[in-house]
Design a protein around this ligand. Sequence first.
Ligand code: HEC
Length: 222
Amino acid sequence: MLSFAVALAGGLLLAACRQDMQDQPRMKPLRRSEFFDDLRSARPMVAGTVARGQLRDDKYLYSGMAAANQAGDVMPFPLTPEVLARGRERFNIFCAPCHSRLGDGNGMIVQRGYRRPPSYHIERLRTAPLGHFFDVMTNGFGAMPDYAAQIPVRDRWAIIAYIRALQLSQNAAVADVPEDQKVLPAQPPAPGTPASGATPLAPEKPGEKTRRPQRPRGGEKQ
Ligand code: HEC
């Protein structure tokens, strides 16, 4: 009898302790909390917290600004043929619609009425430091929207490198070509010369009639 009473008491005690998972003391998102002085359960980040992969310790890479907030004029990472190729690809996707593939500001959107940007080949932009281009892409410029959301940081630098190459391509002098590479003097084609790649014209014999090529007889109906 006594053992039964103990078992019953124990059973009752245990039943009182029972707690279903759905009732456990948990914090509902954004619910008021008495635990903290400011009563917020969602805690602000500890000062200085940096999300993984977002430590922007290379200030120049992320701003294009050297010391004293002056636009810098160096690449923040080495320039390779791959970087230039990537820059060309991204430029043709994101910038050429307005600036044109040549960078003269005559892109298709401009031809359809959008404000015409200045050509990249004007003196001011040819001598503008690289950081200025980074700033324009990151923060926008006048009528031009920014492209910070669409173009990751390293791609922005790749685009800048390609713009510099575009600028050089339109303002190169023979003296810019390395010594071991030959530059043929540009000569206008002699009158009557077919464009390169065209089949040369057969010399006409005097007295010969030009005949139209004949169709094979009955060739059309078969
Ligand atoms: C939707 C059209 C459009 C696109 C796309 C565009 N731009 Fe522009 N851009 C403009 C216009 C318009 C201006 C002139 C803005 C002004 O002077 O108000 C401009 C100006 C500029 C300038 C000159 C700033 C100065 O100092 O005068 C640079 C550099 C430039 N854009 C770079 C870029 C690059 C790089 C891209 C691609 C990532 C790009 N733009 C994409 C329209 C565009």
